[in-house]
Design a protein around this ligand. Structure first.
Ligand SMILES: NC(=O)c1ccc[n+]([C@@H]2O[C@H](COP(=O)([O-])OP(=O)(O)OC[C@H]3O[C@@H](n4cnc5c(N)ncnc54)[C@H](OP(=O)(O)O)[C@@H]3O)[C@@H](O)[C@H]2O)c1
Length: 246
């Protein structure tokens, strides 16, 4: 049976670990060739590639710090040398934390804004002219953007910015059939949630399901948005947080 993403090429940023790894595996299972992007997790990225190949798929690993525009440009020059054309971009990479707003050091501001806001902007900007018609850009926010908490204010603000420019992208690229959407996960594992065991019970109780989300459940949402069936969903914000109020 034909797979929904046969003949498609998908870039998944930050797919050496966490939610990104699950997305890469899922899109590969759906037939896409995967560009497994990483920044520091080379071993994880190689492992994601190996797992995709073991399942009969095709994948390549590339490194870039997405907060640095020149490195993102290099990443796309490397993609240009690959066979095929880019169809799907999943702007998954992100970094949590920061601390109380008044205490943030310049380097923290640069990193939180750089990775969570400027990185997705740089990646989508390089992708826009390369994506084939009817392509897909899927950006990542967080339920912490909807329900900001003390200690994560800049992360929340950066994610809100992503939600906002995603709507602009959707209007700028719609004439070519390209959809651009934001997925808003709640607390999810494996992922950055695993770094903060103190918060885990809080987030489990915040959902009527009394658990946190599974990375595979986020990957399933991405798989739908990446599929041809999602051609009329664009500029949307899709909350996947088990009805939690945080
Ligand atoms: N897990 C959750 O509870 C949760 C909730 C809401 C939203 N989210 C969002 O979901 C997305 C995935 O999060 P996750 O939980 O899977 O996080 P994670 O396990 O901490 O993984 C973060 C990913 O981002 C990449 N990354 C970090 N800094 C980077 C940089 N400078 N350049 C390029 N890549 C960089 C990392 O790559 P390397 O390891 O290679 O450095 C890693 O693959 C993020 O956008 C996050 O904000 C997660």
């Amino acid at each position: 049976m034909e797979k929904p993403l046969s003949d498609k090429v998908a870039l998944v940023t930050g797919s050496g670990r966490g939610i990104g790894r699950e997305i890469a595996l899922r899109l590969a299972d759906d037939g896409a060739t995967i560009i497994v992007h990483y920044a520091s997790s080379k071993a994880g990225a190689d492992d994601t590639v190996a797992e995709i190949e073991a399942r009969g798929g095709t994948a390549f690993a590339y490194r870039a710090d997405i907060a640095k525009r020149a490195e993102v440009a290099d990443l796309f020059r490397a993609i240009d040398r690959m066979p095929g054309h880019l169809d799907i971009v999943v702007n998954n990479a992100g970094i949590s934390g920061g601390g109380k707003l008044a205490d943030l050091k310049d380097a923290q501001v640069e990193t939180i804004v750089g990775v969570n806001m400027l990185g997705p902007l740089y990646v989508a900007s390089e992708a826009a002219s390369r994506l084939r018609d009817n392509g897909r850009i899927i950006n990542f926010s967080s339920s912490l953007a909807k329900y900001p908490m003390a200690g994560d204010g800049l992360y929340s603000a950066a994610k809100r910015a992503v939600e906002s420019f995603t709507e602009s992208w959707a209007r700028e690229l719609g004439a070519r059939g390209i959809t651009v959407n934001t997925v808003i996960p709640g607390a999810t594992s494996p992922g950055m949630m695993d770094n903060s065991s103190a918060h885990r019970a809080f987030f489990e109780n915040a959902s009527p399901f009394k658990r946190i989300g599974k990375a595979g459940e986020i990957a399933a949402v991405i798989a739908f948005l990446a599929s041809p069936e999602a051609s009329w969903v664009s500029g949307a914000q899709i909350l996947a947080n088990g009805a939690a109020n945080t």
